[in-house]
Design a protein around this ligand. Structure first.
Ligand SMILES: Nc1ncnc2c1ncn2[C@@H]1O[C@H](COP(=O)(O)OP(=O)(O)OP(=O)(O)O)[C@@H](O)[C@H]1O
Ligand SMILES: [Mg+2]
Length: 323
């Protein structure tokens, strides 16, 4: 089924939260479909956590409303909290409980029978690589606490899951583990709202992304749409010793629909063709297959620069996501 045909899980209607003169969230409206992985990408202070706290009914909006599974955040708090899992940015675990006990505690709050909770807790902790720890969780490292917190948010299999910077402070290996886990959740049809400042994370996991800055959405779409609309093209630089070889490749790529343009740099010892194209890695492979493979022995050097969501943010705001 195409994502457009899916029912709406979350509808946000002109939501605002002002703290005196600070407009933390300043008029956000959007619809998130059931089973969609939707990321809110923005720099420090953009309003991501404030938005999550309103959607999870922890914070009352200044203006506006949102429906979660059809219930208003203003009036349906009780029905909403039964359906949602939340992994907050600030780690929230019980220091004097062990890892398993922390997860079982959340399970008990959701009425999961004890034995089932125990089995599930062990399985989840194994998946997150912390099942071996039997001591108090206050002794855990930051990354282990984060993974425990994720396990706690997942124990009761929520229909909608809010993840606020789930990989902040994790090492690259743990970050990948969490990404794989999120992908797996996605395949189980859970609606996921991911708050992040990590463009690689947003790009590789999301169906759609809303880029926010100063409490407002400044762009929204699939990662590919955003990069095509606001990013710079991907560039493949190919250098040859013989100018003639460059001409052959140039004519090979002339009619490829995803190639935006090409330009040349001529130096004494080599000639370089710069090919700008759209569509990321998939089209890089096509470009190599259709334009270059026959002349690959003549290629002296090759460089590839990929367009990213960082370019999109930079082009929209003139700033980097994280300075
Ligand atoms: N309780 C509060 N009182 C006053 N100001 C607040 C409060 N909570 C948030 N803010 C302000 O609202 C703005 C948005 O903060 P928020 O925590 O939502 O940003 P964020 O996008 O989650 O940032 P980060 O990436 O650093 O987590 C900031 O300027 C912050 O200082
Ligand atoms: Mg935050």
């Amino acid at each position: 089924m195409s994502i457009n045909a899916l029912p709406i899980a979350i509808e946000i209607k002109d939501l605002k939260k002002h703290f005196k003169e600070i407009k933390a969230v300043d008029g956000i409206s959007l619809k998130i479909k059931k089973g969609e992985l939707f990321s809110i990408l923005g720099p420090n202070g953009a309003g991501k956590t404030t938005l999550v706290r309103m959607l999870t009914t922890v914070l009352t909006p200044t203006v506006g409303d949102a429906n979660i599974n059809g219930y208003s955040i203003l009036t349906g708090k009780k029905d909403i909290v039964k359906k949602i899992g939340v992994c907050p940015q600030e780690i929230t675990i019980y220091d004097v409980l062990r890892a398993e006990e922390n997860v079982e505690f959340v399970a008990a709050m959701h009425g999961i029978p004890r034995r089932e909770a125990k089995e599930k807790a062990i399985k989840l902790l194994e998946e997150f690589g912390i099942a071996g720890r039997k001591d108090w969780s206050k002794n855990f490292s930051g990354g282990m606490k984060r993974r425990l917190n994720l396990a706690m948010s997942l124990i009761f299999e929520p229909e909608i899951l809010f993840l606020d910077e789930p990989t902040a402070g994790l090492d690259p290996q743990a970050r990948r583990l969490v990404w794989d886990f999120i992908r797996d959740l996605k395949s189980r049809d859970i609606t996921i709202i991911l708050m992040t400042h990590d463009m690689v994370e947003a790009d590789s996991l999301s169906d759609r992304v809303a880029i926010i800055d100063n409490g407002k959405i400044i762009a929204m779409g699939t990662p590919t749409e955003l990069k095509e609309k606001y990013g710079s093209d991907n560039v493949l630089e190919v250098s040859f010793i013989e100018k003639n070889d460059l001409e052959v490749v140039k004519s090979n790529i002339k009619n490829l629909p995803f190639v935006a343009n090409s330009s040349e740099i001529h130096r004494k010892d080599r000639d370089t063709l710069l090919i700008s194209f759209q569509g990321g890695l998939k089209n890089l492979v096509k470009l190599l297959q259709q334009g270059l493979i026959e002349n690959i022995d003549e290629v002296e050097n090759m460089k590839f620069r990929q367009n990213s969501l960082e370019d999109v943010f930079l082009n929209l705001t003139g700033r980097r996501l994280r300075d």
